[in-house]
Design a protein around this ligand. Structure first.
Ligand code: ADP
Ligand code: MG
Length: 226
């Protein structure tokens, strides 16, 4: 009599390089669809180029993913190309910052063809540290950190409590959304919006918004009832 295989712990469900590619493509599509919104948010408290900046970078990422990137089986190599593409094609602050996220994530994902939720949480934690090393912003300074930090913390908490992948991504997405919405009431102390002082209050941070889309599209990609 054969013993049925034990079903793997839910946290062992893996994210493959194909998922990663689909996630990045979905993120690119979200950025294209929300360009005008990101531009409006940045026009209110910055210089109105965040939509165009992100579109320029993600269009190059999308083009690469649809051609040469299709062959890439190593998550680290894929994330590294995303990082270099964003750094070289985005002029504004967001380029080097998102670049730092993906470059650090690439280091931690090096040689992997698939990762578990626990690995994803560690990779995202590294990415967050990369952005913070680069931009020196903490939570509460009205930047993308206000969405990234709580999302990464939610992923770590989900690993601790043994949540399934989709549940973990939902928690991360909700946390990023709360963080993004929380920027509305903040005064900016980093980036261009800091020049406005209290006049930035009442406006949502554009970078926190594009960072929220990263987790929203991750959830949409993986939330297939697993
Ligand atoms: P720029 O400010 O050069 O015009 P973008 O408009 O593309 O660049 O990006 C602006 C976003 O970058 C802000 O909304 C904020 O979220 C993010 N940002 C700016 N400075 C920092 C920083 N030091 N750390 C983290 N994020 C930052
Ligand atoms: Mg700008």
């Amino acid at each position: 009599m054969t013993t049925p295989l034990a079903s793997p712990a839910s946290t062992d469900r893996v994210i493959t390089v194909t998922h990663l590619r689909q996630w990045l493509l979905a993120y690119a599509e979200r950025i294209f669809a929300q360009e005008a919104y990101l531009t409006d948010l940045d026009a209110a408290i910055g210089d109105g180029d965040h939509g165009a900046n992100m579109v320029r970078g993600m269009r190059k990422v999308r083009d690469w993913l649809e051609h040469e990137g299709q062959q890439s089986a190593d998550m680290g190599a894929l994330l590294r190309t995303v990082a270099m593409t964003l750094i070289s094609s985005i002029g504004g602050a967001a380029g080097p910052l998102y670049g730092a996220f993906f470059l650090r994530a690439a280091k931690d994902a090096s040689g992997q063809q698939s990762i578990t939720l626990a690995q994803l949480a560690r990779i995202c934690q590294g990415g967050l540290e990369g952005v913070q090393q680069r931009g020196k912003a903490q939570v509460g300074e009205k930047t993308m950190i206000d969405a990234l930090h709580p999302a990464v913390a939610a992923l770590a908490a989900a690993v601790e409590t043994g949540q399934p992948l989709a549940g973990a991504l939902r928690a991360a997405c909700d946390a990023a959304q709360q963080g993004m919405e929380g920027t509305i009431s903040l005064v900016a102390t980093k980036g261009r919006a800091s020049y406005l002082g209290p006049r930035a209050v009442g406006h949502q941070d554009p970078g926190a918004t594009s960072a929220f889309y990263l987790f929203e599209t991750a959830l949409e990609m993986m939330d297939d009832g697993r």
